[in-house]
Write a protein that binds this ligand. Sequence first.
Ligand code: ADP
Length: 496
Amino acid sequence: MTGYLLAIDQGTTSSRAIVFAADGSVRGQAQKEFAQHYPADGWVEHDAGDIWTDSLALCRKAISNAHIEASELAAIGITNQRETTVLWDRATGTPLARAIVWQDRRTAERCEALREAGHEAMVRDKTGLLLDPYFSATKLAWLLDNVDGARRRAEAGELAFGTIDSWLLWHLTGGKVHATDATNASRTLLFNIHSQRWDDDLLALFDIPAALLPEVRDSAADFGRTDPALFGTPVPVAGIAGDQQAALIGQACFEPGMVKSTYGTGCFMVLNTGDQAVTSENRLLTTVGYRLDGKTCYALEGSIFVAGATIQWLRDGLRLISHASESEALARSAGGAKGVYLVPAFTGMGAPWWDPHARGALLGLTRDTGIAEVVTAGLEAVCYQSLDLLEAMIADGASRPTALRVDGGMVANNWLAQNLADILGVRVDRPVITETTALGAAYLAGLQVGIFKDLAAISDQWQCDRDFAPQLAEPDRQARYQGWREAVSRVCKAGG
Ligand code: ADP
């Protein structure tokens, strides 16, 4: 079967639409940044209405940029910022309030109270997540309790809840389909990842009426057809996955033990654990990697809050560089950070240290430390933190992978990719197509409509642009990592 695939990639700061050909090549795309709203300290909101109208306009633009007709689209796939919570009116399709974004911390106290009341173990066992404002449940409860009449209307079945995928799907199908996929459901704190169902105990704990919830389908599934008025012809929506899971699929990490890491503003490392839902002893998250034909593939996920954001800080905060890409030449000229360590704990340290009170530090300065060493230390920090995550995964029972598949804006930096391989002691593979998130959504849609026969057909398409073999001698690698651990121990209690 031939035909093009349209991926909607709805991210935290921008929305994109990309038309892929069946060979995975990009045929046309369109992108738009959108407004972030910060109504109070620690609050982050998006206008869901704008997200929908932008996404629709971007789809039309990508189709036109690809010089195709909508009738040539075989299917649409959706990938999205995860956990962000939308509450809307089923009758009118309008949101009751702005969407509460995953970064929003307004429900921190509520989570703390639930933790103190001893609920974390039950929540962890069922969801694989932590009791943290990051996830959707407490955000949804906040909306129900703070928007006039919302709880009463929710109980009467007048309202719908969804993460961004559900919200877009609802509008794409003209309000006909209220559904999500298992990866997005697995980030809400309401979904039992073992039974693959919304969980009554969790709904009771977070005080969420079941009438609000979307139906949970496989990641490649029949999600309905678009309203013919939108593109002039109905197009099947056939794939949905949260952004990090979509990247796992776009990187074709289909075998247990395969791992991908996305290096953008932050970094997300996701390890395929197959049919095993591995419970982490190191506060990594257990999550649904994808669900196909009713079969769940689990994953272990670790995140670094500040990855590319360190480079932004070196550029905008310290003004040591004027473009992120200058970091590569500087690191090459320095030939290493020469004992300088930058611990970028600007907002605390995440996995596996989990110290929200930690703050950043620059250590090991000498009289000949210059701009190049500080910038290099910023790049190296991303590598050391990646090793922290990998070691945590190994401590949780994973074997050391044979390769790490990388993507995201930072991995254009060859010095970084090489240093990552050196510090991890693992080969780093960078694919030809680094639009892995959108590609993953397109793959899911293509799988459902038969463009790809099976996962092996997708794996066959994955092509390496460049691999970086580790070159650092083991004692040097150990010594450098030891230096990092000592630096971390200076900034957080658990570190070192
Ligand atoms: P996001 O999707 O999170 O917005 P991207 O994947 O677009 O992020 O990556 C952008 C990030 O990568 C920025 O934080 C930027 O500082 C960093 N970055 C981009 N190019 C380079 C480079 N050549 N070297 C190091 N960092 C880079």
